[in-house]
Ligand binder design. Structure first.
Ligand code: ZN
Length: 233
């Protein structure tokens, strides 16, 4: 009984399209249309629709990627402003409905303020612009994975999406040390995309730190020379 049913089912399914298209065994093809439950034309339509959906999804993903790279370039411009002040080059922009509504860059040393991270500076500006502490419908683009303070502020401000350039293995809270953006226990979770222009973002940081180390070494060497010449005089 079970074997009969199984044999019948197995015989019908693989041949459903084959019998129709190759013209062989037309009779069994007709029978397959009945036994398979769906006419071949409907199956073909479904396949075409699925392929169309896949293509649309791929095109949407490519478009999103291009837009993400565009806004990350603007965030990199902000990072350069931080660098010009001798700050760690971290920048960000906040985008709503395709418009940049706020920009921010790291000014921690300049402002003598722990809170003066790029993200918090941008969130403050965006809230002022929208006259609302809720930044719903906004995406924040940051050149470096946000810290615990900024990840907390992103969740608190109800930002929809966070796009990150370089990861920060020692202090990042969007997946590296922890992921504060997507804790299920909180009342808001943030969509997260990482790795956008990652190389450019991390290169800017590594060049900055390399230069800093070099300057320190040169300074130390200068001090040694001064003390040697002072000893000699
Ligand atoms: Zn931060």
């Amino acid at each position: 009984m079970w074997n009969d049913r199984y044999a019948n089912h197995a015989a019908v399914r693989p041949n459903t399209l084959e019998g129709h298209f190759d013209g062989v065994g037309q009779k069994s093809g007709d029978r397959n249309q009945q036994a398979g439950g769906l006419p071949v034309s409907k199956i073909a339509t479904r396949i075409a629709r699925r392929q169309l959906r896949q293509k649309q999804e791929e095109e949407r993903a490519i478009g999103q990627r291009k837009a993400d790279e565009h806004y990350m370039r603007l965030a990199l411009q902000q990072a350069r402003r931080a660098q010009a002040l001798g700050e760690v080059p971290i920048g960000c922009v906040i985008v709503k409905e395709g418009q940049v509504i706020a920009r921010g860059y790291n000014r921690r040393n300049t402002d003598h303020n722990t809170l003066s991270h790029a993200e918090l500076n941008a969130i403050r500006k965006a809230s002022r612009k929208l006259q609302d502490w809720r930044l719903e419908g906004c995406t924040i683009y940051i050149t470096l994975e946000p810290c615990q303070m900024c990840s907390g502020a992103i969740v608190q401000s109800r930002i929809d999406r966070c796009v990150v350039g370089a990861m920060n293995p020692k202090a990042g809270c969007a997946g590296s040390v922890m992921n504060l953006l997507q804790v299920k226990g909180f009342n808001h979770q943030v969509d997260l995309t990482t790795g956008i222009l990652e190389e450019a973002c991390s290169q800017m940081l590594s060049e900055f730190f390399q230069k800093l180390r070099q300057e320190k070494q040169e300074k130390a060497a200068g001090n040694t020379e001064t003390s040697v010449s002072a000893d000699q005089s």
